[in-house]
Design a protein around this ligand. Structure first.
Ligand code: NAD
Length: 281
């Protein structure tokens, strides 16, 4: 079974990005700048945000994390985002999810200037993705495709099953797979008999946020399995949506958790921010 680790992919892509940033700076431009907005003190978000900041620093970016207390109003945060939209030294803006309940997710997606929306959540960017002309790659789905490319796994002409239909993973992932000529089955909570449908697939992408959901009887022997889920166990270990004990050696390739999809997501975020900086002073 192929262990679809992010590490070798990242070694290559991080170095390439570092080189491009250095070349940009050497030619008299400022480094790309990523701003992350964090509202509240969600423990996992704190970790993700500090990881993004660290990785941005490793490739030579300017970066800033703007923290708001959980009691901040949507209007306070929106005004700060507007200021970042207008700031010519900022290339990428990411609003860390989940947000407190007072925030309307659909509304928040409209706040970031589409040209700085490196998380690819603004309807304009989602539309560009669906019409086959993406401005930015959605971070997690884009990272998954980079991982598959590195390991020479091609979805074209194959059946792919996506479990989950969130705006951040399931929907854009299905769109990207379709654009690469996969036949896509999408499964969600209302899908009857999901295991039988999933078993039809050559590639299975599980992004349900349900620990250990994917069991051996859901997958066709030899399928490629990509685990997007992240769950922290009481003892601090991280696990995914795949029940690793149950699936055993049935897949032909499997992403580890941690060390698979997660780090690829941050890499795409940084590459999007670099793309956004091109052509700016
Ligand atoms: P979400 O809760 O927004 O969406 C989950 C989706 O899965 C929903 O569409 C729901 O219908 C479907 N679903 C849930 N349980 C199901 C079940 N039993 N059967 C069929 N469908 C089911 O979650 P999300 O934001 O898409 O995240 C999914 C998981 O991926 C989470 O564990 C999250 O932490 C993780 N995640 C990882 C990364 C990364 O970089 N690795 C990025 C984003 C999210």
């Amino acid at each position: 079974m192929i262990d679809l680790r992010a590490k070798p992919v990242l070694e290559i892509r991080r170095q390439a990005l570092r080189d491009r940033v250095a070349a940009r700076v050497a030619s008299g431009h400022r480094p790309p700048k990523l701003c992350v907005i964090l509202v509240g003190d969600h423990p996992a978000s704190q970790i993700y945000v500090s990881r993004k900041e660290k990785m941005a620093g490793l490739v030579g970016f300017d970066r800033e994390t703007i923290r708001f207390p959980g009691s901040a109003t949507p209007e306070q945060v929106r005004l700060r985002v507007s200021a970042l939209n207008a700031d010519p030294s900022v290339d990428g803006i990411l609003i860390q999810r989940p947000l407190p309940p007072a925030f309307d997710e659909k509304e928040v997606c409209l706040w970031v200037d589409p040209e700085k929306d490196v998380d690819c959540l603004h309807p304009e960017n989602v539309g560009l993705l669906l019409t086959g002309n993406p401005r930015f790659l959605p971070c997690t789905p884009g990272g998954i495709l980079l991982l598959l490319d590195h390991y020479g796994l091609t979805v074209s002409g194959k059946t792919a099953c996506v479990i989950g239909r969130s705006l951040i993973v399931g929907k854009p992932l299905a769109a990207l797979l379709l654009s690469r000529n996969a036949s896509v089955i999408q499964i969600h909570r209302q899908t009857p008999d999901p295991a039988s449908l999933c078993k039809l697939a050559d590639f299975v992408f599980v992004a349900a946020g349900s620990q250990g959901l994917l069991k051996r009887d859901w997958i066709r022997p030899g399928a490629v399995v990509v685990d997007v889920g992240i769950h922290r166990l009481p003892d601090g270990r991280i696990t995914g949506d795949v029940d690793a004990m149950s699936v055993g050696d049935s897949p032909s390739a499997l992403t580890p958790v941690p060390g698979g999809v997660g780090p690829m997501t941050i890499q795409v975020l940084l590459e999007n921010t670099f793309t956004s900086s091109i052509g700016k002073r």
